[in-house]
Ligand binder design. Structure first.
Ligand SMILES: Cc1cc2nc3c(=O)[nH]c(=O)nc-3n(C[C@H](O)[C@H](O)[C@H](O)COP(=O)(O)OP(=O)(O)OC[C@H]3O[C@@H](n4cnc5c(N)ncnc54)[C@H](O)[C@@H]3O)c2cc1C
Length: 402
C-alpha cells in the first residue's frame, strides 16, 4: 500500500456499497469516489416510478445523507468523469486532466441507455438513466399527450404505467412478438403484456421503428411494416450498454468487464461491480451481465471484501422487482435453466405466480403482488443448492422497500 488507498470510479449503487462495506469492516485508508453526475450517489429505481409522477418535489432518492460522507471520510469528486485508466502506473485520468493514483481501484461506472440512430437529434425523444433524464421526462409526460415508448423492457413498461397514471395516452412499440419472452418465457410475457393492455395501453408487437416524421420534434413514428404512430413524446427503452469507453486500451473487456465472484478483474488490484460487469455465476457456469439493483449491491460488497482479503460469500440468487400500475412484480432465480413453467392465477384476483422448473426442481419464480410466494421460492431454491447468505436475504427485504 502506498497511501493512495481505494479509488472508486462511478458514484452509483455499486460504488457506494463498496465504500460503505470498506468502512464497516474497519478500513482506515483513503476512499475517493469519482462521480460523473453533480450529486452524491442516489437510488435509480424510483426514477421510473414514484419520482417520475411526483408533482410535489417530495421524493428524496439519495442513498445516504451528505453528512454520512463526511463522517465516514469518503471524498466525493462530483461532476467529474474518468477518461483513461493507466494500468501500469495505477492512475486514473479525469476530464479536467487531473490524475488520481490508487492502490486498489473499483470500476463502477454503470451503464448508459442505448439510443436509436433514426431518432437522434429530435428534442422530444427521451431515455431514462439518471436524475436529469427523469426530471426532463417527468415534465414532458406531466403535460399529457400521447407518449410512445419504444421497447417493452421493465423500464419501458414502468414509464408507460407512470404516464398512464398521469392521464396520458400511451403506446408501447415492441420489436418482439411478446414482451420479455426472452427472459420470462412467452406465456408469462403475454400475461405481463396484458397488465398494460387491460388498462388501456396500446401494445404494438412485431413492431420495429424505422423512421420519424417531424421538424425538430417527432410527430409520427413510422414502423417497418408501414404502421404509423402519432405522438407528442417518445421514450427509447431498448436496453443499456456498459459505460466502459474510458477503459479503452486498458486491456479490460469493454462489452462487460469479466469478474470472478469476488468482483476481481483479470488485473490484480482492479475490481469491477454493478451494471458494467460480466460476472461469473457458479450455478450456470457462465459469465453473465445483470443490470439489476441486487447485483450492484452484492458485487460492490464483494469488491470491498476482496480488497480486504476477506472471504466473499458465494453469489446469491439473482432477483429483481418492478412496479407497474400499482402492482409489484418480483422475480428470483434462474428461469433460463427451466424446462417448463407452471403458471397459477388462482391465489388472488389480481395475483399471479409462476414456478420455473428444471426436471421438476424449482429454479426460479415470478410473482405479481405475491411477496410470500417469492420468499418461499427463494428459500426452496436455496435449500436445494445452499446459496444465499443472511446478508443477501436482508437485501431481498431492502429491495422490496426501495
Ligand atoms: C430508471 C431505472 C429504474 C430501475 N428500476 C429497477 C428496479 O425496479 N429493480 C431493479 O432490480 N433494478 C432497477 N434498476 C437497475 C438498478 O438501478 C441498476 O442496476 C443499478 O443502479 C446499477 O448500479 P451501478 O452502480 O452499477 O450503476 P449506476 O447506478 O448507473 O452508477 C454508475 C455511475 O457512474 C457514473 N459514470 C459513468 N461513467 C463514468 C465515468 N467515466 N467517470 C465517472 N463516473 C461515471 C454514472 O454517471 C453513474 O452515476 C433501475 C435502473 C434505472 C435507470
Amino acid at each position: 500500500m502506498t497511501g493512495d488507498g481505494v479509488l472508486i470510479v462511478g458514484g452509483g449503487l455499486a460504488g457506494l456499497r463498496c465504500a460503505q462495506t470498506l468502512r464497516k469492516k474497519g478500513f482506515e485508508g483513503t476512499i475517493r469516489m469519482v462521480c460523473q453526475e453533480p450529486w452524491a450517489p442516489y437510488d435509480r429505481p424510483p426514477l421510473s416510478k414514484a419520482y417520475l409522477t411526483d408533482r410535489t418535489d417530495s421524493i428524496d432518492v439519495s442513498l445516504k445523507p451528505d453528512h454520512w460522507y463526511m463522517e465516514n471520510e469518503i471524498e466525493l469528486i462530483l461532476g467529474r468523469s474518468a477518461t483513461e485508466l493507466q494500468v501500469d502506473s495505477k492512475r486514473v485520468v479525469l476530464d479536467d486532466s487531473t490524475t488520481l493514483s490508487f492502490d486498489q481501484l473499483l470500476i463502477a461506472s454503470g451503464s448508459a441507455a442505448r439510443s436509436l440512430p433514426a431518432l437522434e437529434g429530435f428534442e422530444n425523444v427521451h431515455s431514462l438513466r439518471n436524475l436529469a433524464d427523469a426530471r426532463r421526462l417527468g415534465q414532458a409526460i406531466g403535460d399529457g399527450g400521447h407518449l410512445a415508448v419504444i421497447g417493452s423492457g421493465f423500464i419501458g413498461q414502468e414509464v408507460a404505467a407512470s404516464a398512464l397514471g398521469l392521464g396520458g395516452q400511451v403506446t408501447i412499440i415492441e420489436a418482439m412478438s411478446t414482451p420479455l419472452a426472452h427472459i420470462l418465457g412467452g406465456e408469462v410475457g403475454q400475461l405481463i403484456g396484458q397488465l398494460h393492455t387491460e388498462r388501456g395501453i396500446n401494445l404494438l408487437t412485431d413492431a420495429k421503428v424505422e423512421s420519424a416524421r417531424g421538424n425538430g420534434r417527432v410527430e409520427e413514428l413510422k414502423l417497418a411494416d408501414g404502421r404509423r404512430v402519432a405522438c407528442e413524446t417518445v421514450v427509447v427503452g431498448i436496453g443499456v450498454l456498459p459505460s466502459t469507453e474510458w477503459l479503452q486500451g486498458s486491456g479490460l473487456e469493454l462489452d462487460g468487464i469479466i469478474t470472478d465472484t469476488g468482483a476481481r478483474t483479470r488485473i490484480p488490484g482492479i475490481f469491477a461491480a454493478g451494471d458494467l460487469t460480466r460476472s461469473f455465476d457458479p450455478r450456470s457456469s457462465n459469465f453473465r451481465r445483470s443490470e439489476h439493483w441486487d447485483s450492484a449491491v452484492r458485487q460492490g460488497r464483494a469488491a470491498a471484501l476482496s480488497m480486504l482479503n476477506e472471504p466473499v460469500p458465494p453469489p446469491g440468487l439473482p432477483s429483481f422487482w418492478s412496479d407497474q400500475h400499482g402492482s409489484r412484480i418480483q422475480y428470483v432465480g434462474h428461469a433460463e435453466l427451466a424446462d417448463r413453467a407452471e403458471i397459477s392465477t388462482e391465489t388472488d384476483e389480481s395475483g399471479l405466480s409462476v414456478r420455473y422448473l428444471h426436471a421438476d426442481r424449482l429454479v426460479a419464480a415470478l410473482a405479481i403482488d405475491e411477496p410470500r410466494v417469492i420468499a418461499a421460492a427463494a428459500r426452496a431454491i436455496e435449500q436445494t443448492d445452499g446459496s444465499n447468505t443472511e446478508e443477501e436475504r436482508s437485501d431481498h427485504e431492502l429491495q422490496s422497500k426501495s
